[in-house]
Design a protein around this ligand. Structure first.
Ligand code: PMP
Length: 406
């Protein structure tokens, strides 16, 4: 059966057979897992599990082939020039920490790092720490009232002191898809290194690292229908080869004496210790699953769903949406407050009617402060969600207002 986005896709996800009434709208935090991912991991553990790379026996070689095969699947998923440019990490956060700490070693006091006000803590706090250690100056692209990047001062913000642009591709709060096509060439023109946080984008948009022209890009397995415990740091080989390792130990060395060590080329240099083996195999199956559905179908479907959800949500009395109210350059991630009802109470009432959403600051505290709010409720949709799921959300919101609004 051809896979296509929408309600029929729920059949590919065992959780929806287990919870028939579940309306799962927390996909920005983590996605459910299709059976192909579960089976790929199960099969590895049942038939050919062993530690990778150093075994000279058959099942270690089989495990290594599957692990390295997954690296190739991921390389194809993001159009990397080679599989060696794909580093497996623990999650996007770990990948972004490597990026900030390693790049900062090559920077000097007064150098500027340009971020945006949309950033998740994972692409903000590592730079704050790097700035403290290396006396860097953090600058920010502000956001408009609508939650889009305000590029009116971009030619001052990107200047000869800008050494790094570290930017989210899609906000996990507002759903904003940032203008990487405009910003990356500007940053490259002043010689800056560009880091893209694609943790949220990877589930909604095709990523082509060569077309983007960035230098490093990070995302997590669990947000692209793969397992948790694995993430990806992609880097241009020329840059990766010049970056020092971040963690040290087995698997990442070339030659070791009691006094010193030399290091393996990428990706091994950045993969100290036993890697997430079954998780890599699961991630490989997940990205192939996405490609089987096809980006054309995914983007068309999600655009329609975004349009429908926006129409319904903006019509809810007392609802303030934090983020663009038009579907262009926007992912189906909707953070909002409901007048007179605490965001956590909204989430609890929705849970009572079988709608799973998240409430809080979504690891973007400064962005919430920018909008004068301590917290929002967030409903985030993906390929298995439907217009009926939007309707369930909206009727749950009506119930919340009825029960709790002043
Ligand atoms: N960046 C963005 C935009 C995110 O949405 C997230 C996850 N919420 C992260 C980074 C961090 O991802 P992880 O928790 O998987 O490391």
């Amino acid at each position: 059966m051809a896979l296509q986005p929408g309600s029929s896709l729920k059949e590919a996800f065992p959780v929806f057979a287990h919870h028939r009434e579940l309306v799962f709208l927390d996909n920005a935090a983590s996605c459910q897992k299709p059976v192909v991912v579960l089976e790929a991991m199960d099969k590895l553990y049942r038939t050919s599990y062993a530690n990778v790379h150093r075994g000279v026996y058959q099942i270690s070689e089989a495990a290594t082939a599957q692990f390295e095969g997954a690296r190739q699947d991921v390389a194809r998923f993001i159009n990397a020039a080679s599989a060696e440019e794909v580093i497996f990490t623990r999650n996007a956060t770990a990948a972004l920490n490597v990026a900030a700490a390693s790049l900062a070693l090559g920077l000097k006091a007064g150098d500027e790092v340009l971020l945006t006000h949309l950033e998740h803590h994972a692409n903000l706090v590592p730079w704050q720490e790097a700035a403290k250690r290396h006396q860097l100056v953090l600058k920010f692209i502000p956001v408009t009232e609508e939650g889009r990047l305000d590029l009116s001062s971009i030619d001052e913000l990107i200047n000869s002191r800008t050494k790094v642009l570290a930017i989210t591709a899609t906000s996990n709060v507002t759903g904003t898809v940032t203008e990487l096509d405009k910003l990356i060439p500007k940053a490259k023109a002043v010689g800056a290194t560009v880091v893209v946080d694609a943790a949220q984008a990877a589930q909604h948009l095709p990523l082509d690292v060569q077309a983007l022209g960035c230098d490093l890009l990070a995302f997590s397995g669990h947000k692209v229908f793969g397992p948790s415990g694995i993430g990806v740091l992609w880097g241009r080989m020329e840059l990766l080869s010049s970056l020092p390792p971040f963690e040290f130990g087995g698997n990442m060395i070339q030659e070791v004496s009691y006094e010193s060590a030399s290091f393996a080329p990428p990706p091994a240099r950045f993969e100290a210790g036993t890697p997430p083996i079954a998780e890599a195999v699961g991630l490989g199956a997940a990205v192939k699953f996405i490609q089987q559905i096809g980006w054309g179908a995914i983007c068309d479907y999600e655009e329609g769903l975004t349009r429908y959800a926006l129409e319904k949500l903006v019509a809810v009395p007392g609802l303030r949406l934090i983020g663009p109210s038009t579907p262009e350059a926007r992912a189906p991630v909707f953070s909002f407050v409901l007048e007179g009802v605490h965001p956590h109470d909204v989430a609890s009432i929705l849970d009572g009617v079988g709608v799973a959403v998240r409430a809080g600051h979504h690891c973007a505290m400064p962005l919430h402060k920018r909008f004068g709010l301590p917290a929002t409720t967030r409903a985030s949709f993906t390929i298995y969600n439907t217009e009926e799921d939007v309707n369930a959300l909206v009727s749950g919101l009506a119930k919340a207002r009825q029960m709790l609004a002043l």
